[in-house]
Design a protein around this ligand. Structure first.
Ligand SMILES: [Zn+2]
Length: 131
């Protein structure tokens, strides 16, 4: 696999070739324990993003989260650094400790509104299913 400037580690099942977020267990699709590491570029597309303004104690507000699809349709939940990305935006993804962190590579689209909800704002898939 190709490696970008920032790579993230996935797992690949040697039996069914499924790609998935690394776990300590067997392949989540077929149960095989023949699982190896797979390094992919840390770039993905935002499927959905949300911004939590009311957060649990100890969590900074606003707390922005994005569901990001990286290589081979593997989806990661990432903490967003910087402005909330719109759906379809390209973001860079890096793993920091146990947390994936995403940052917009391009300016966010102008379509996102401000202050629609006092608690959360969501941009989710609504028009076309992900590939
Ligand atoms: Zn498998």
């Amino acid at each position: 696999m190709t490696e970008g400037p920032v790579a993230i580690e996935l797992s690949r099942c040697e039996a069914c070739l499924a790609r998935f977020v690394p776990t300590d267990g067997p392949c989540p699709r077929c149960g095989s324990t023949r699982v190896g590491p797979l390094s992919v570029p840390g770039v993905g597309k935002v499927l959905a993003a949300t911004e939590l303004l009311v957060t649990p104690p100890g969590v900074r507000s606003p707390n922005r989260l994005a569901l990001v699809e990286v290589a081979d349709a593997v989806r990661l939940l990432a903490v967003v650094e910087g402005p909330l990305p719109g759906r379809g935006a390209l973001v860079s993804v890096a793993r920091v400790g146990e947390v994936y962190r995403a940052r917009a590579e391009l300016p966010p689209p102008a379509e996102r509104g401000e202050g629609e909800s006092p608690r959360a704002r969501t941009s989710g898939p609504s028009f076309e299913p992900p590939r």
